[in-house]
Design a protein around this ligand. Structure first.
Ligand code: PEP
Ligand code: MN
Length: 337
């Protein structure tokens, strides 16, 4: 339930409503806005009887929200959230960002080379997996903490903030020591203990859509993080499983404008995992930006044919340079400097 106060309601009236909500055994979360305050009601299991609330002074309207997410929704928070990663701002009205780097951190040379190349080409953030969620246990699983240390070195060398995946609740503290943005991979979108743990930290989270998750499940997963107190969440569409096998996944770009209608959180697109094919990464990056994405996340490797994971979808340095030239022109066309 969402209680919308009228624009003249003062702190005393807001306090009275908050107390009335708490007297019902529920939690009140005031959401200050530029024109008026709304009060989100959390903790209810079903419909809330609003008779003790709707006639209190200052209450303009009571909206019953039946979706499984509230804090994430536009109803609760009409203005777009801007997430700050290092010094980079991500969200509506900001120039879309480009996150680039290898699928996995493989060696010091590999990550430093890549970091320098993508920085030179104009990337905003560096990505690279240290904890890798691989389909089978006999493939490269990542350098784990050593990989995090190498990412920190690459950040030092280039100034690029780093994005890396955290796979288990036990490792949230460790990954948060190094990362500027903690990624939850598609396979963990509904790892609710992980999401809760990420809700307790004060670093931003990049939540990828599960490969067979509906939009409602996607947003409800983000709600777990916000519900624990961390509102710095960026969503990321990375393709879903369909009958089609010619591409690795099917890139559902309608998610971008739809999520913007439903939620205030930023939404990015990962055309690398969505397509699985190097040749499709640039066209789908541009399509994502035209659809209104707040950024794209692309895999880049110094020698894709030798990559320990996801080589076929990784751009070469030259390919990334070309993409950045196109993205820069497109951003200018879209009205971003
Ligand atoms: C990744 O970005 O490294 C990754 C594993 O992606 P996804 O979780 O989307 O498959
Ligand atoms: Mn990958």
């Amino acid at each position: 339930m969402l209680i919308v106060m009228n624009h003249k309601a003062g702190p005393k009236q807001i306090e009275a409503v908050t107390m009335a909500v708490e007297a019902m055994g529920l939690t009140a979360a005031p959401i200050p806005g530029s024109e008026r305050t709304a009060i989100g009601v959390l903790g209810n299991k079903g419909y809330v009887d609003d008779t003790n609330i709707r006639d209190l002074p200052g209450v303009q309207e009571v909206i019953h929200v039946s979706k499984p997410y509230k804090l994430v929704s536009r109803d609760f928070h009409p203005r777009p959230t801007i997430v700050k990663v290092g010094g980079v701002e991500i969200g509506e009205g900001k120039r879309p960002v480009v996150v680039a780097g290898p699928c996995a951190v493989e060696s010091e040379e590999q990550i430093l080379k890549t970091a320098r190349a993508v920085k030179k080409a104009g990337a905003d953030l560096l990505r690279g997996g240290a904890f890798k969620p691989r389909t089978g246990p006999h493939t490269f699983q990542g350098l784990r903490e050593e990989g995090l240390k190498l990412l920190a070195k690459a950040r030092e060398a280039t100034g690029l903030p780093i994005v890396t995946e955290v796979m288990s609740p036990d490792n949230v503290g460790l990954v948060a020591e190094y990362a500027d943005l903690l990624q939850v991979g598609a396979r963990n979108m509904q790892n609710f203990d992980l999401l809760r743990e990420l809700g307790k930290i004060r670093k931003p989270v990049l939540l990828k859509r599960g490969m067979s998750a509906t939009i409602e499940e996607f947003l409800a997963a983000a709600e777990y993080v916000l519900a624990e107190g961390n509102h710095q969440v960026i969503l990321c569409e990375r393709g879903i499983r369909t009958f089609e096998t010619a591409t690795r996944n099917t890139l559902d770009l309608a998610v971008v404008p739809l999520v913007k209608e439903l939620s205030h959180l930023p939404i990015m697109v990962d055309p690398s995992h969505a397509t699985g094919k190097r040749s499709l990464v640039a066209p789908m990056s541009k399509a994502a930006l035209v659809a209104g994405a707040h950024g794209v996340l692309v895999e880049v490797h110094p020698e894709p044919e030798k990559a320990l994971s996801d080589g076929p979808q990784s751009l070469t340095f030259a390919g990334f340079d070309r993409l950045m030239e196109e993205v820069t022109r497109l951003n200018a066309f879209l009205g971003f400097k």
